[in-house]
Structure formats: structure tokens, C-alpha cells
Design a protein around this ligand. Structure first.
Ligand code: HEC
Length: 112
């Protein structure tokens, strides 16, 4: 019985992390975090600055069930060659939960 409960909890946790859906509270926290973490000096929601528009990132990975995980890795370790010639620097000192939230948030951004 214990084992089954544990397995159910694990799969619920996995679904929660893989799903790009955010509560309104999480979305607001993520938007603040993106500003205070300097993301918005290189990114905008719906236009390219130094890095790609978040709406374009969300569109590119919309069919990718593992996108939240791979985007979190890109944010943490930096990213190069996926969008153009300018690389994104690593954000290795950021809290992993914050990075995960930002990755899930980016996937919810819709373009016009
Ligand atoms: C110095 C400018 C800069 C900053 C600061 C920056 N980015 Fe980026 N970001 C980029 C560039 C350039 C790319 C495209 C990299 C590539 O081509 O692989 C990118 C790519 C991305 C991607 C797509 C990665 C992929 O795997 O396709 C995401 C998501 C992202 N950034 C989120 C963030 C978040 C969240 C932050 C703040 C914690 C942030 N970025 C801060 C410049 C920046």
C-alpha cells in the first residue's frame, strides 16, 4: 500500500513538472523573477531582443513533453546554437526551483 501511494505521488509530481500550466500566482511570481533575474534585459515576451521572444520559444517546444526540463537546463547551463549565433550565458548561481518555474512560465507565453 505504501509503495503504491509513493508511486502515485511520484507520477503526480512528474506530471506537475512536465505540464506547462501555471496558476495565476505562479505566473505572476515568474514574471517578477524574470525581471529581477535580468532575463528581460535580453528577452521580451513577444519580440526578439538579444535572445528569442518567449512566445517563439513556447511555440518551438509546444509538442515537446520534456521541454520544461530541457529549457531549465538551457537556463542553468547556458545555451548556444539553437536560435542564432549569440549564446545565452549560464545562470549557475540561481536556485533550481526558480529556474524550473521560469522554464515552465516561458512555455506558457503566447504570441500575438
Ligand atoms: C545576456 C543575454 C541573455 C540573458 C541575460 C538571458 N538570456 Fe535566455 N537566451 C539568450 C540567447 C542569446 C538565447 C539563444 C541561445 C541559443 O541560440 O541557443 C537564449 C535562449 C533562451 C531560452 C531557449 C533555450 C533553448 O533551449 O531553446 C530560454 C528558455 C531562455 N533563454 C530563458 C532565459 C531566462 C529565464 C533568463 C533569465 C534567468 C535568460 N534567458 C537570460 C540570451 C539571454
Amino acid at each position: 500500500m505504501k509503495k503504491i501511494t509513493f508511486l502515485l505521488m511520484m507520477s503526480a509530481a512528474h506530471v506537475a513538472f512536465a505540464s506547462p500550466a501555471l496558476s495565476a500566482k505562479e505566473a505572476a511570481a515568474a514574471a517578477e523573477l524574470a525581471k529581477s533575474s535580468g532575463c528581460m534585459s535580453c528577452h521580451a515576451l513577444d519580440e526578439k531582443i538579444v535572445g528569442p521572444a518567449y512566445s517563439k520559444v513556447a511555440a518551438k517546444y509546444s509538442a515537446d513533453a520534456d521541454a520544461a526540463v530541457s529549457l531549465a537546463q538551457s537556463i542553468r547551463n547556458g545555451s548556444a546554437g539553437k536560435w542564432g549565433r549569440i549564446p545565452m550565458p549560464a545562470h549557475g548561481t540561481m536556485n533550481q526551483e526558480d529556474i524550473n518555474l521560469l522554464a515552465r512560465w516561458v512555455l506558457t507565453i503566447k504570441g500575438n
